[in-house]
Design a binder for this molecule. Structure first.
Ligand SMILES: Nc1nc2c(ncn2[C@@H]2O[C@H](COP(=O)(O)OP(=O)(O)OP(=O)(O)O)[C@@H](O)[C@H]2O)c(=O)[nH]1
Ligand SMILES: [Mg+2]
Length: 292
C-alpha cells in the first residue's frame, strides 16, 4: 500500500482547548496547558508515525488581535500553520461566542478542508450541542463537525479516523522516529512557563519569558539552569515572592514535570532577570526564538 502523510493545523481562539486536543491526539504531553488564555506562544509540531502514515499535527497560539510584537509573532505562527495545512481542525469552546471574526478571517483564502471541533461538551448539554453543530454547519459548511471533550478523551478516536481517511498520499516529511520539531531545552522552558501561568495573576504570565541557560545531561541527572525574564523590577519581586516562596513553588512543580517528562532526576536552578519591554522588542524576541 502507498504511504500517506500530511500537515494538520489545530487553530482557534485562546483557551479553546487546542493544546489539550493536540496532546490527546499525539498521546504525549507536547504542549503545556493552563486555564489562562494565550498559554501557547509557538507553533509546536506533534508527529504521529506508523509504517503506513505520518500525521504532523501543529498546535498554534490562540487567534487574537495583536497589540505588541510578541503577539504579532504568535499570529505569524498561526498563519504559517494554515498555509502548510492539508487539513484544518478549528477548535471551538462550546460556550464561546463567535460574533467577531478573527479566527474566520485567518481562514479566508485557505483551500484546505476544514473540520470544526466543538470542544468542552462535558460542560454543556445535549440541546446546546445540537444547536452548535447546526450553527457551525450553516456558518462554514465544513467537511465534518465533531462534538468532543479533549480533556476527557471523548471522540478523539473519531477525529483520528477522519484525519487518516483524509490524509494525502505523500512520503514522510520527517524521520519516522521524530515526535516533534522542538528540543529538550524548549520543553524544559515551557514547563517553567506553565507554572508561571498557573501560579501568578494579572499581567505577570504575559510579561514573562523563560530561557534555558544551561542543560547538562548526566547519566541519571539533568542539571538545568533557567532565567525567568520579566519586564520590571516590581514583577521580579512578585515572581520571587516573600522569602523566595513563590519561586520555590514554581521550581518544585516545574522540576516534577521535568522529571516525569525526561524520566530523570532534575537539578533545577532559576534566576530572575529584568529586560524592560522585551515583548515589544524584535531583537529580544528573535533571541528568544520567536520568528518574525
Ligand atoms: N471542561 C473541559 N475543559 C477543557 C477541555 N479541553 C480543554 N479544557 C481546559 O481548557 C483550558 C485551556 O486549555 P488549553 O488546551 O490550554 O487551550 P488552548 O486552546 O491551547 O489555549 P491557548 O494556548 O491559550 O490558546 C485548560 O484549563 C483545559 O484543562 C474539555 O474538553 N473540557
Ligand atoms: Mg495552547
Amino acid at each position: 500500500m502507498s504511504h500517506r502523510a500530511g500537515f494538520v493545523s489545530i487553530i482557534g481562539k485562546p483557551n479553546a482547548g487546542k493544546s489539550t486536543l493536540m496532546n490527546a491526539l499525539v498521546g504525549e504531553k507536547m504542549s503545556i496547558i493552563t486555564p489562562k488564555a494565550q498559554t501557547t506562544r509557538h507553533r509546536i509540531l506533534g508527529i504521529v508515525n506508523t509504517d503506513d502514515y505520518q500525521i504532523v499535527f501543529s498546535d498554534t497560539p490562540g487567534v487574537i488581535k495583536p497589540h505588541y510584537a510578541l503577539q504579532e509573532s504568535m499570529m505569524h505562527q498561526v498563519e504559517g500553520s494554515i498555509v502548510d495545512a492539508d487539513l484544518i481542525l478549528l477548535v471551538t469552546d462550546i460556550n464561546e461566542s463567535y460574533d467577531e471574526g478573527d479566527v474566520l478571517e485567518k481562514l479566508e483564502g485557505s483551500l484546505a478542508p476544514l473540520v470544526v471541533l466543538i470542544n468542552k461538551i462535558d460542560k454543556s448539554d445535549e440541546d446546546t450541542v445540537k444547536q452548535k453543530v447546526e450553527f457551525w454547519q450553516q456558518k462554514l459548511n465544513p467537511k465534518a463537525v465533531f462534538a468532543i471533550s479533549a480533556l476527557h478523551d471523548h471522540n478523539i478516536k473519531a477525529i483520528m479516523d477522519f484525519v487518516l481517511e483524509n490524509l494525502p498520499e505523500h512520503p514522510a516529511y520527517y524521520e519516522k522516529d521524530f515526535l516533534t520539531d522542538r528540543n529538550d531545552r524548549f520543553f524544559a522552558s515551557e514547563m517553567i512557563r506553565e507554572q508561571v501561568f498557573k501560579q501568578y495573576k494579572k499581567e505577570i504570565p504575559y510579561s514573562t519569558e523563560v530561557i534555558i541557560t544551561e542543560f547538562i545531561e548526566g547519566e541519571d541527572l539533568y542539571r538545568i539552569s533557567a532565567e525567568i525574564i520579566v519586564e520590571r523590577d516590581s514583577q521580579k519581586n512578585i515572581i520571587i515572592g516573600k522569602n523566595g516562596e513563590m519561586l520555590k513553588i514554581v521550581g518544585t512543580y516545574a522540576r516534577r514535570s521535568m522529571e516525569e517528562f525526561f524520566q530523570r532526576k532534575i537539578f533545577l536552578q532559576m534566576f530572575v532577570k529584568v529586560i524592560s519591554d522585551w515583548r515589544s522588542k524584535k531583537n529580544y524576541l528573535k533571541k528568544f526564538g520567536y520568528e518574525d
